[in-house]
Design a protein around this ligand. Structure first.
Ligand code: AHR
Length: 503
């Protein structure tokens, strides 16, 4: 058994938790939209074809904001194809995923789905095959109240009220060789600047997200962020960060090193943004949108990424998540919280079927993948301010990070309810952890509102249609309140949540 200590001090605040970090992503990719969130004729579908079972799971997941319509799909998408009478919409070839896109589902259906799910929409503008003009027209269509050709077009499509979309992505992964309309940093930065200017002149309140690198391993990482911001620093609010964890050698310890690598990645991007600010003598701070994060390596290539012909809604990148993935997702959520001063938006990529937290069968069931559980628990309990976690724990080296403590933690303090939520991953894979949580500068903990453990003896255990709850949270049996905090025994390879009440 190893002994660890987590000290939390009321005065040591990382930042206010922006609830948008519990965002997700819906792309026209495989079965994310079609037979995912939208399936006319499904037994649970409403009159608009929105699947009721997926809506219910989305609410349970606690998602706050959802990015749409892509992803790689965005870079070849004409938004006009997806609005107006459904029977008049064109069928197109989607070059990003080599699929046939019927356009039966488009922006107005997505907004209706967001309202039904209780989430805020976050839209992207195509900067691959299109540019600033199409972007400002899309914004006007969505957000202008009426009295202009584009806003009246929306009204004629049955949406009298403006959609009021605040967060907008300026393209997607424009650095990537696989992206339709890939650009150099200089080309993209200039286009992002011009697009942002038009969008802001039209609607000063929009929040604009420029593309950072599509991953940290690309040779252009760092230089891309620097050169893009050099062009559009004054015009944008956020820079995106994308990260997908991989486990190529089936090595759980090394896989969990992706957590520390993600933290490093976020801090590196923030440092580059601050260097651009320093060169400009600017006090402005570019915020970060980790608008694609997840685990993705089992269903990444070959038939998972592309199928013969141009199928409609093929089974693409349908990663089946196991227990070890849930541990990694829990750790990633702590990284997002611990960077709350900088990370204001994050999107689990994606919501349904295609690397989705939720899985469905056409005409059939919907169920929770393993990664659903840490996300849902964090989204439910993390509130208020994120406290700095002073972790005292033994550490070991990993290939992705030189020092990986066995305890990965994050914590929030909610003044309004007087509750403290702690999220703790024991990533020692063979030793129990005797964890002491010490509270300083705050009222004594008098109650335990939740004590939950996510654990399975088999790292490869999965949830399936026929065994949907093989991996699921359970009540934590070995926890006790102490005068100045809490003491708990964490199983080897477990993710845990404790919610303490101070009044
Ligand atoms: O989320 C799947 C894909 O990953 C997205 O379409 C793209 O932006 C990223 O490369």
């Amino acid at each position: 058994m190893i002994r660890t200590r987590l000290t939390l001090d009321r005065d040591f605040v990382v930042g206010v938790l922006d609830r948008r970090i519990f965002g997700a992503f819906v792309e026209h990719l495989g079965r994310c939209v079609y037979t995912g969130i939208y399936e006319p004729g499904h037994p649970t579908a409403d009159a608009q074809g929105l699947r009721g079972d997926v809506l219910a799971l989305t609410r349970e997941l606690g998602v706050t904001t959802v990015r749409y319509p892509g992803g790689n799909f965005l870079s070849g998408y004409d938004w006009e194809d997806g609005v107006g009478p459904a029977q008049d919409r064109p069928v197109r070839l989607d070059l990003a995923w080599h699929s046939t896109e019927t356009n039966r589902f488009g922006t107005n259906e997505f907004i209706a789905w967001c309202r039904a799910a209780g989430v805020a929409p976050m839209l992207g503008v195509n900067l691959g095959t299109r540019g600033a003009d199409a972007a400002r027209r899309y914004l006007e269509y969505c957000n202008h109240p009426g009295g202009t050709a584009l806003s009246d077009l929306r009204r004629s499509h049955g949406c009298a009220q403006p959609h009021g979309v605040r967060d907008w992505c300026l393209g997607n992964e424009m650095d990537a060789p696989w992206q339709i309309g890939q650009k150099t940093a200089g080309e993209y930065g200039r286009l992002a600047r011009d697009t942002a200017r038009l969008m802001r002149w039209l609607s000063p309140d929009v929040q604009l997200i420029a593309c950072g690198s599509s991953n940290r391993e690309l040779p252009t990482f760092g230089a891309w962020e620097d050169q893009v911001l050099e062009q559009c620093f004054d015009e944008v609010d956020y820079l995106s960060v994308h990260t997908y964890f991989e486990n190529p050698h089936a090595d759980t310890w090394e896989f969990l090193g992706n957590i520390d690598r993600m933290d490093l990645h976020i801090k590196e991007v923030a440092a580059i943004a601050d260097a651009v600010a320093a060169r400009r003598h600017s006090l402005k701070r570019i915020l970060l949108a980790v608008d694609e994060w997840n685990i993705w390596y089992k269903a990444r290539a070959g038939e998972h990424a592309r199928q013969p012909g141009w199928p409609q809604a093929p089974r693409l990148i349908e990663e089946v998540y196991n227990f070890e993935d849930a541990l990694a997702a829990g750790g990633a959520l702590s990284v997002l919280m611990n960077n709350a001063g900088r990370v204001k938006i994050a999107c689990l990529a994606q919501l349904v079927n295609a690397i989705g937290a939720i899985r469905t069968e056409p005409g059939g069931a919907a169920w929770r993948q393993t990664i659903f559980h840490p996300f849902a628990l964090a989204a439910r309990h993390a509130r208020g301010q994120v406290l700095r976690c002073a972790v005292d724990a033994p550490a070991r080296r990993g290939q992705l990070h030189p020092e990986m403590p066995y305890l990965v933690a994050s914590a929030t303090w909610d003044e309004a309810s007087g509750r403290i939520a702690v999220f703790a991953l024991n990533r020692h894979l063979s030793e129990e952890q005797d964890l002491r949580i010490e509270l300083r500068g705050m009222p004594a903990a008098v109650s335990l509102h939740a004590a939950v453990e996510l654990h399975h003896a088999d790292m490869n255990a999965c949830n399936t249609e026929h065994a949907p709850d093989a991996v699921a949270p359970h009540a934590h049996g070995r926890v006790q309140l102490e005068p100045d905090g809490l003491r708990a025994r964490l199983k080897p390879g477990s993710w845990n949540v404790f919610v303490l009440g101070t009044r």
